[in-house]
Design a protein around this ligand. Structure first.
Ligand code: OAD
Length: 249
């Protein structure tokens, strides 16, 4: 690891030792080392699936079977993968900070919870959940294969994936909890996200705006739209960098 990164890690670990509140925003990059494809990589999930067909309300109204086929495939992929050392390090960070730790994720794969994290705010929904198109009941169906067009166990209407699609609002309570945790944080990490999807990416400048003392840190393979907004960035694999930080506190 270059000297400069060691200095950055020292800065981060010193601040963590004094911190009461730590908030983390993750994106697809945290799960890449587990084998879940990211969205905007060349081998990304959307390849062969135009976004408007599989991740918008219009796509659903036009062809719900097509949408379900896409999500059945994503559920099947996630059923085969395991948390990686990045997820495990974040679980250890939660153990260390207890109620002062909040993990906000844009991911729908459930790998943070599988690693043992308890305080997880899923901004974009969850692959394991379905939502009734009639009574709106949300049900956890795990990752077992479902019927092509699964139905609600209460009212028998069709259910849809409980995923926030483009053009849809984020779940209100989860968003307001995310904002609260962001503005309260002493250290704010943004990990493995290209930071181009809003409102999620709006949390990054928010951390600093409400508390100029907050240390904001990006961990990513490459620089992103977040890089100019944070105090410091460490560029490499989250599954390698996070365990090093954890060992330092
Ligand atoms: P993206 O695919 O846009 O970005 C993934 C980021 O992870 C990139 O910046 C990569 O450089 C980085 N990355 C890849 N491997 C990494 C590794 N091993 N360690 C660290 N970083 C790594 O995914 P998101 O930013 O999560 O929304 O995308 C945001 C939202 O766009 C998703 O939640 C999804 C999509 O539309 C919905 O489904 C609603």
């Amino acid at each position: 690891m270059p000297m400069l990164d060691q200095e950055k890690i020292e800065t981060i670990t010193q601040r963590l030792r004094k911190a009461n509140s730590v908030t983390v925003l993750t994106g697809a990059g945290i799960s890449a080392e587990s084998g879940v494809p990211t969205f905007r990589a060349s081998d990304g999930l959307w390849e062969g699936h135009p976004i408007q067909e599989v991740a918008t309300p219009r796509g659903w109204y036009r062809n719900p079977e097509n949408v379900w086929r896409f999500y059945h495939a994503r559920r099947a992929n996630v059923a085969t993968v395991k948390p990686n050392p990045g997820h495990v390090a974040l679980k250890q960070l939660e153990d260390r900070f207890g109620d002062g730790f909040t993990l906000i994720t844009q991911n729908v794969d459930g790998l943070h919870q599988q690693a043992g994290c308890r305080n997880v705010l899923e901004l974009h929904g969850a692959l394991r959940e379905v939502r009734c198109t009639k009574c709106q009941r949300v049900e956890d169906r795990g990752l077992e294969p479902l019927d092509l067009m699964p139905i609600c166990t209460t009212c028998r209407a069709n259910v849809r994936p409980n995923i926030v699609w483009f053009e849809e609002a984020l779940p209100e309570l989860i968003w307001s909890k995310s904002v609260d945790a962001t503005v309260a944080s002493d250290v704010f990490f943004v990990i493995g996200t290209s930071a181009v999807v809003y409102p999620a990416a709006g949390l990054i400048p928010m951390a600093k705006r409400y508390n100029p003392e907050t240390l904001t840190v990006e961990i990513n393979l490459t620089r992103t739209d977040a890089s100019e907004m944070v105090d410091l960035g460490i560029y490499g694999k989250a599954g390698e960098i996070l365990p090093i930080i954890l060992r330092g506190i």
